[in-house]
Design a protein around this ligand. Structure first.
Ligand SMILES: NC(=O)c1ccc[n+]([C@@H]2O[C@H](COP(=O)([O-])OP(=O)(O)OC[C@H]3O[C@@H](n4cnc5c(N)ncnc54)[C@H](OP(=O)(O)O)[C@@H]3O)[C@@H](O)[C@H]2O)c1
Length: 285
């Protein structure tokens, strides 16, 4: 392997250390930041993710009121619980663990949430703020990728970034974020997808290639420009096995690359807590 590795762990640590300082300042002012969580159903993986986030929230000094709704919860009941947390002035951030059971519509349910409490940054109002360049909670994985590039001192401004995937969670908001006029963004961004059959023609010229497809192994060495930076955002889980978009052999061609495990993931979770502390600061300022 020749590429320099770009781990997400140290990026997350630095973000969480900043979050912890900001929580301390709030607590010193008598404010206890609260990140509420909602879990619907009994999916083991989702319950595990919520537990990890609650443990981390407690370590950082948040309280996290929690609602665990049964798997047969109705859409109306889910929206009622979201609206209740949204209306509670003691709750600053709110997270609905995704995915929700198939009979529920997550996107519709999000509309019941106060956008200022949306720690995932996925509320339509926050997507609109991102598109307009207005301040607000940023979608966690795209914001985590921007932070990862900045932390590892990969220049982005003025460079050619190609994103494979235009999904609402990752590719589309990331394209908006990295095209913004900011020193850590400011890139020439191209987004490719299934509508661009010759997408390798674009990825081969990318100075920074970001995989956001969720198709295991879709990025192979022949798709990578020698010496470029490759970020693996897309993953698929088969059971507990994580299958990344970027084949490990790409490390032979790339100049810098995220590791198979511990790349983008840790930065996503850290951004969630950054959004949560920002929400608490906004609500109490
Ligand atoms: N690491 C993390 O922390 C983290 C967090 C969130 C999400 N993710 C991962 O990010 C990935 C993207 O999620 P998402 O919700 O934004 O996306 P999504 O809605 O699943 O969309 C996938 C995108 O990839 C494109 N695509 C799929 N197969 C392709 C192919 N063979 N050739 C070219 N393009 C192809 C699709 O094109 P069309 O639009 O043409 O269909 C679509 O734009 C998922 O794997 C998800 O697990 C990772």
């Amino acid at each position: 392997m020749s590429a320099r590795l770009l781990p997400g762990g140290p990026v997350a640590e630095s973000i969480l250390s900043e979050v912890s300082d900001r929580v301390r300042v709030l607590r010193d002012k008598g404010v206890t930041p609260a990140l509420a969580t909602i879990l619907v159903g009994d999916d083991d993986a989702s319950a595990g993710y919520i537990r990890i986030k609650q443990r981390q929230a407690a370590d950082l000094g948040f309280v996290s009121p929690h609602a665990h709704l049964p798997a047969d919860t109705t859409q109306a009941e889910l929206e009622r619980v979201i609206a209740e947390f949204s209306a509670d002035s003691a709750v600053h951030g709110l997270l609905v663990q995704h995915p929700v059971p198939g009979h529920l519509d997550y996107d519709v349910a999000l509309n019941a949430m106060d956008p200022d409490k949306d720690v995932d940054g996925m509320h339509p109002v926050n997507m609109g703020r991102l598109a307009l360049g207005l301040p607000g909670p940023l979608p966690c994985t795209p914001a985590g990728i921007e932070a990862l590039l900045a932390f590892h001192e990969i220049p982005v401004s003025g460079r050619e970034v190609v994103i494979l995937g235009r999904g609402a969670t990752l590719g589309r908001p990331l394209a908006m974020l990295l095209a913004q006029k900011r020193p850590t963004a400011n890139a020439a961004v191209t987004v490719v997808h299934t509508g661009v059959k010759d997408w390798p023609r674009y990825t081969q010229r990318a100075e920074i290639l970001i995989a956001a497809a969720g198709v295991p192994g879709i990025i192979q060495p022949e798709h990578v420009r020698p010496g470029s930076t490759v970020i693996g955002g897309g993953v698929r889980y088969e059971g507990r096995r994580l299958l990344p978009d970027v084949d490990e052999s790409c490390a032979e061609v790339a100049g810098a690359i995220t590791p198979r495990v511990g790349g983008v993931g840790p930065t996503t979770v850290a951004m969630l807590f950054r959004n949560a502390v920002s929400a608490a600061e906004r609500a109490t300022s």
